[in-house]
Ligand binder design. Structure first.
Ligand SMILES: *Cc1c(COP(=O)(O)O)cnc(C)c1O
Length: 418
């Protein structure tokens, strides 16, 4: 069977997925929305039936090795037995209650132990809640308005930070100013422009703008950002929502020796259960206690129990080291395949959160075709977003991934310009 026939067969065999898409089109605006909208990607199933470890199955029964980890949350693997047992124990006691369960204090204590800069923690549901709270705390503490954001960086889906301007107003962003990631001069100039009205500098642990090569943080940039915040009294806010607990067991800039004042967490913190957190140092405790932030489901105890188990297990299993090993092997395999098939690629970022792009592919046609071919061979990857390696990836999972990706390179090699 040629690669194209293989792909065609997979795409044709989407009976259940197609029926669900048709029903959704009638009752969900656009059929689907946000980052999980697969409408413009030919090879991606929209609906997933179940998942275990590093594998998932779509509603038509196709099996995949999962290299997306639910876009970040699933770090120990799908349905991790230890995390799910902790969640089940808490669920038997209660979840959404009149007050938080004991687990909230246990979890805050755990984060304060594990996260270098943390003297306290607050909890919420989404990463956007956490990044927004960091800005609110910084403004409450400083009495200033402006927040510096890296151009093109993603910090969530609220009007102040959404990458899609539909329905937002200029006023939503009136208190933002911009700098270029890893460009200390541009940060310094932006800080000067804010004069005495700078409340916070928000920064991600590395540059992971969707659709672009990833860039690790230049340690001088990180240290320079710390020094500028120290001089001005603004909060250094680390947006660890995506990278948290994947680069380091604790805050992602700990290996650089740079401690933020406030950090936003979500995604991997509870292995797929809905939880976000803000951590901070003592100097920001009073302001953090002064703002009004809450949500009907924020104190859900099951997600907190899952987070406690996740953070504990990540440490106990040396998950970061394991993800680096798997990520190194994935990177080596991908680059080897690309080289053998004569395809020029750029594979960037930390190996546990890599980003693949093709050379000379401005409209991303090649990387999309490649991902479609990979999906047809049972490897779930994405053409516009970094991938996420999970700590559940076994040798067999890695072999299946590398075999599928090699086949995908073979299938697109004729289309790639050299
Ligand atoms: C996903 C993400 C967010 C937003 O988190 P949500 O849970 O989707 O609200 C914020 N910052 C970064 C870096 C992210 O990757």
């Amino acid at each position: 069977m040629t690669a194209d026939v293989h792909l065609e067969a997979r795409i044709r065999d989407r009976t259940v997925d197609s029926a669900l898409r048709r029903r959704a089109a009638a009752v969900v605006p656009g059929g689907m929305y946000g980052h999980l909208d697969m409408a413009r990607l030919a090879g991606h199933p929209q609906y997933i039936h179940r998942a275990r470890g590093a594998r998932l199955w779509d509603v038509d029964g196709h099996e995949y090795v999962d290299l997306m980890g639910s876009w970040g949350p699933v770090v120990l693997g799908h349905h991790d037995p230890v995390v799910e047992a902790a969640a089940d124990r808490q669920r038997a006691l209660g979840d959404c209650l009149n007050g938080p369960a004991e687990i909230m204090v246990d979890l805050a204590e755990l984060l304060v132990r594990v996260v270098g800069h943390a003297d306290w923690a607050l909890f919420a549901k989404n990463g956007t809640d956490a990044t927004t709270m960091c800005c609110t705390i910084a403004r409450a503490a400083t009495g200033r308005r402006l927040v510096l954001v890296a151009e093109g960086a993603y910090h969530g889906a609220a009007p102040w930070c959404s990458p899609n301007p539909a329905g937002t107003t200029g006023e939503d962003r009136a208190n933002l100013r911009y700098y270029r990631y890893n460009d200390l001069d541009s940060l310094r100039a932006a800080v000067e422009d804010c004069a005495d009205d700078l409340a916070a500098v928000i920064v991600s642990p590395f540059r992971h703008d969707a659709g672009y090569d990833e860039e690790l943080a230049d340690p001088d940039f990180a240290r320079g950002a710390r020094a500028l915040c120290d001089t001005t009294g603004a909060a250094l806010v680390l947006d660890d929502v995506r990278a948290g607990f994947r680069l380091h067991h604790g805050s992602s800039w700990e290996p650089l020796g740079v401690r933020p004042d406030l950090a936003a967490w979500s995604k991997a913190i509870a292995n797929g259960h809905p939880l976000a957190a803000v951590t901070g140092g003592d100097g920001w405790r009073e302001a953090a206690g002064s703002i009004f932030v809450t949500g009907s489901f924020w104190m859900g105890a099951v997600a907190m129990a899952a987070a406690h188990a996740t953070v504990t297990e990540l440490g106990r299993r040396h998950a970061v080291e394991h993800m680096v090993q798997v990520g190194d092997a994935l990177r080596a395999g991908v680059l080897d395949s690309a080289g053998r098939w004569g395809v020029e690629v750029s594979y960037t970022g930390p190996v546990q959160m890599p980003n693949l792009l093709f050379a000379d592919d401005p409209d991303r046609r090649l990387v999309r075709a490649f991902c479609d071919e990979a999906l047809a061979r049972g490897v779930y990857v994405h053409p516009q977003h970094n991938w996420f390696v999970s700590a559940a990836t076994t040798t067999a999972d890695l072999d299946m991934a590398l075999t599928g990706l090699d086949g995908a390179f073979a299938a697109v090699r004729g289309r790639a310009r050299r």
